[in-house]
Design a binder for this molecule. Structure first.
Ligand SMILES: Cc1cc2nc3c(=O)[nH]c(=O)nc-3n(C[C@H](O)[C@H](O)[C@H](O)COP(=O)(O)OP(=O)(O)OC[C@H]3O[C@@H](n4cnc5c(N)ncnc54)[C@H](O)[C@@H]3O)c2cc1C
Length: 380
């Protein structure tokens, strides 16, 4: 591959654009093909977080290292309120930010718009309404739901809140959340099973959140459904393509956080091209271990039931440093290494699935599950 051959990237999400930025800056001719008419179309201007606990490197340093400027909304979070299933509220504090809030979608100020601007400034061409099935870098996002979320966003003048509700009855295997920051509110319900009932889970979670600590809901709101991918593979390459982000199942499975994985894997794919390195070697070194640990974490999260969740909430509030507490969850301890093959065996899916590329481990699922039409829903 020479610097004069165009490099094609499928998908203008965080993984595709981080690859595009690095490659274009290194002098490559880069073409990004995006299936939708704009970036961020599967999101609704919602607040998401770039987590800062799975690695020692703080998020701002990480972004600097991979050459991403903060030309988007970017706000540190070192506090929160967690609720257990009994409705107990516990205040969480962190000496260092446990993450940084960003916005997702096509609007000004989102991560998606910021990355698009940086990719263009570096010289990459971004072609919208262009769905392609072959590319040097496949950054096409999730292909099948391993987790599903329904979200709602609105503008508000209410006081700021970062509330997370842990209750397996209201959000099976997942959690619901209310973020109000700088006048923008996001309420969401994320689940990992019983996908057909997402609307009911969303409604009941919302009612429960309202009864615990009321908030105003104006007429003007946006809603959307979206899903998340997780699987473990030995290779993220096939037929000359490098698969990055959720297209390769890269995700922290504990809380369904994939942005850091997406930015990292996109950047690593670019490095593998620039320096002639094996992409599979690069991502395995950086991501395989922590992804495997996140599978075990998810197993513990689900197996402990609501009792386990209330212990988690209590412990998170007891420590003065929530980021450090979360980091201890990400540690690759000997017992998590031992548990990992057992979890793989217990949850293993056999047979066909839509995950890419090639041989991998994924979780068995209810074959009858049906998901609602994805993406933003028309405003009521
Ligand atoms: C409701 C919700 C909340 C979330 N909250 C968080 C959070 O707080 N923190 C966090 O870290 N993660 C969060 N995630 C996960 C995170 O959003 C994803 O992991 C991340 O967006 C993955 O980036 P990506 O580039 O792999 O894929 P995407 O962001 O999905 O981008 C893929 C792009 O490829 C395009 N595309 C698809 N097929 C083709 C094709 N054939 N040709 C061309 N283009 C194509 C799509 O239109 C899309 O624009 C959340 C996910 C959801 C659903």
């Amino acid at each position: 591959m020479t610097a004069h051959q165009p490099i094609r990237i499928a998908g203008a999400g965080p993984s595709g654009l981080s690859a595009a930025i690095a490659l274009a800056r290194a002098g490559y001719d880069v073409e990004v093909h995006e299936a939708k008419r704009d970036v961020g179309m599967r999101f609704i201007g919602d607040l998401q977080i770039i987590e800062g606990s799975s690695e020692r490197e703080p998020v701002p340093h990480f972004l600097d290292r991979i050459g991403i400027a903060r030309n988007f909304y970017f706000r540190p979070a070192d506090w929160s309120t967690f609720y257990d299933a009994a409705g107990n509220a516990r205040v969480i504090r962190s000496s260092e930010p446990y993450g940084y809030f960003i916005k997702r979608g096509a609007e000004e100020g989102t991560l998606d718009r910021g990355l698009l601007a940086q990719a263009r400034e570096a010289g990459a061409r971004v072609i919208f309404n262009s769905r392609i099935s072959e590319a040097d870098i496949m950054a096409t996002g999730p292909a099948t739901p391993d987790g599903l979320a329904k979200e709602m966003t609105w503008h508000t003048g209410e006081p700021e809140r970062i509330d997370v509700f842990f209750n397996h009855k209201l959000s099976p295997g997942g959690y619901s959340y209310l973020f109000i920051l700088d006048g923008l509110a996001t309420f969401g319900c994320a689940i990992v099973s019983s996908f057909k009932q997402i609307d009911d889970f969303f409604d009941h979670s919302l009612q429960a959140a309202q009864s615990l600590h009321r908030f105003e809901l104006p007429e003007q709101r946006r809603y959307g459904y979206s899903y998340m991918n997780f699987h473990l593979k030995t290779r993220a390459t096939a037929n000359g393509s490098r698969f990055v982000g959720e297209a390769a199942g890269f995700q922290d499975y504990l809380f369904g956080l994939g942005i850091r994985y997406a930015l990292t894997s996109g950047w690593l794919a670019a490095q593998s091209i620039i320096h002639g390195r094996d992409f599979d070697e690069l991502w395995r070194e950086a991501l395989a271990g922590k992804q495997e640990t996140s599978l075990v974490n998810r197993f513990l999260y689900e197996s402990g039931g609501n009792f386990g969740l209330s212990m988690f909430v209590r412990q998170a509030a007891r420590t003065k440093d929530f980021q450090g507490y979360l980091r201890s969850w990400h540690a690759r301890t000997w017992w998590k290494r031992l548990l990992s093959p057992i979890v793989r065996r217990v949850w293993q899916h056999r047979g066909r699935c839509q995950h890419k590329p090639g041989e991998h481990w994924c979780r068995s699922r209810d074959t009858e599950m049906r998901v609602p039409e994805l993406g933003p829903i028309q405003d009521p």
